[in-house]
Design a protein around this ligand. Structure first.
Ligand code: ZN
Length: 435
């Protein structure tokens, strides 16, 4: 027997070659799938298991965070106001070396708690002990694309990582009702030499899965790459054939005009992380230029130790405002651009746009509801502007993933919030003790 749910809302945000808003609309959900989105219809109530009639509400696709390291929530506010390399080498890598499996599980649960509360229904994660991440996703009900972070400097360790990734694909790819997918996660060109990255590319081709990598995050990374290989990171990735695969590239802050062309031509999906790039002083990515050249750009928060939150509403606003400010042009990166990056482009970047990113018929039911009865949503001239320029992620009151309610009236239904906060606090304190 199918479970049939009808959600009625004052406004529904749909996509048809651009965002469309349906007033007094409804969405019919049959198990995990949306079977109708449109104006309210006369229906026989006995065919529906549950009708949720909401007022002052906007139902829209859930946010998709395309770059994070979920369990790094454990290091939120542990090491701030430092440059990327100092931060990594002096603070993060030493404490990460102490992480145990259970820590990853609870750190990821804390991230999922925060993401669900803020309307994020899917995230791309790169870290380690990824079975624990998959377990946290399985239990909580969120959707995720996970990748084991690969370091290829030492040959044996690099090959072990690839084996581990193959095992991850076997155990988790398209598991938990298809909510979990797997990517290969070579960390970056400065931790994975070209010969190793070529192995990663052939493994990705063999397994038929995408690659998630950090590229051109800082100016010094680009300079070091030029000094070592005579090429910039994007040129190098192109030369060694990595970009022939489906690639999700986080950051892409320091790019030449030629690199922007390569990114567009090779259809590299860029995960733009404005908050993390600002906080680590890495720079401002040429987002307006990338969009102008037709590049696919989505939004990520990066880990909570370099952001310091996992708030996609904040990330949308930063992405738009920052580009307007640095270009002295308020017409670049519109509210609609920012919203598209946080939803549909996120789905495309994770190669999941057949399934999620819009609320059209046939999509998986990954949706959220904003409560519009807030002063900052009045008057209502333009909903999309409101979402990007005045909303708060705490305005999200309902979250559904894969047709299952995960949050209603702001209350989490699948996870124990108090337990997560308790475990995360105690484990984080243990990890940094004596550091
Ligand atoms: Zn990252």
């Amino acid at each position: 027997m199918s479970e049939i749910i009808l959600i009625q809302a004052e406004y529904i945000l749909t996509w048809d070659d651009g965002y469309k808003i349906i007033s007094d609309g409804e969405i019919l959900i049959e198990d995990s799938l949306i079977t109708y989105t449109g104006p309210r219809l006369k229906r026989s109530p006995e065919s529906i298991n549950r009708v949720l009639n909401t007022s002052d509400s906007l139902v829209m696709p859930g946010f998709i965070n395309t770059h994070t390291h979920a369990a790094m929530t454990l290091f939120r506010s542990y090491a701030d106001d430092m440059s990327l390399m100092d931060w990594l080498q002096k603070k993060i890598w030493p404490v990460e070396a102490k992480l145990q499996r259970e820590d990853i599980y609870w750190g990821t649960m804390l991230a999922i708690l925060e993401m669900l509360k803020g309307g994020t229904t899917c995230f791309a994660d790169m870290y380690f002990f990824m079975d624990e991440v998959a377990r946290a996703c399985g239990e909580s009900g969120i959707r995720a694309s996970i990748s084991q972070g690969l370091i290829g400097i030492e040959n044996a360790k690099g090959l072990d990582g690839l084996k581990e990734s193959s095992r991850l694909v076997e155990n988790w790819h398209k598991k938990d009702d298809g909510r979990i997918t797997v990517m290969l996660g070579p960390h970056a060109p400065y931790t994975c030499p070209p010969a190793y990255l070529q192995k990663v590319a052939s493994k990705a081709a063999e397994l038929g899965i995408p690659i998630h990598i950090h590229l051109s995050e800082t100016r010094s990374e680009v300079e070091e790459c030029r000094a070592a290989y005579g090429k910039t990171p994007i040129e190098l990735m192109d030369e060694i054939g990595l970009l022939e695969q489906n690639v999700l590239a986080a950051h892409c802050v320091h790019l030449t005009g030629r690199e922007i062309e390569i990114i567009s031509e090779k259809k590299v999906a860029v995960a733009h992380n404005p908050g993390s790039n600002l906080k680590l002083g890495s720079g401002v990515a040429p987002l307006a230029e990338l969009l102008k050249k037709g590049a696919l750009v989505s939004l990520g928060t990066d880990g909570a130790s370099s952001n310091n939150n996992l708030d996609m509403v904040e990330e949308m606003r930063l992405a738009a405002l920052l580009q307007k400010g640095v270009s002295e042009d308020p017409t670049v990166v519109t509210a609609e651009d920012a919203l598209t990056m946080a939803t549909l482009n996120g789905a495309k970047s994770l190669f999941l746009d057949e399934e999620i990113g819009t609320l059209r018929k046939g999509s998986k039911a990954d949706l959220i509801m904003f409560n519009l009865k807030k002063p900052h949503f009045y008057p209502l001239h333009n909903l999309i502007s409101h979402l990007v320029y005045s909303a708060a992620s705490s305005d999200v009151e309902l979250v559904m993933v894969n047709g299952k309610f995960l949050m209603e009236k702001g209350k989490l239904l699948t996870i124990d919030e108090e337990r997560i906060l308790f475990e995360a606090q105690n484990r984080a304190l243990r990890l940094v003790k004596d550091m």
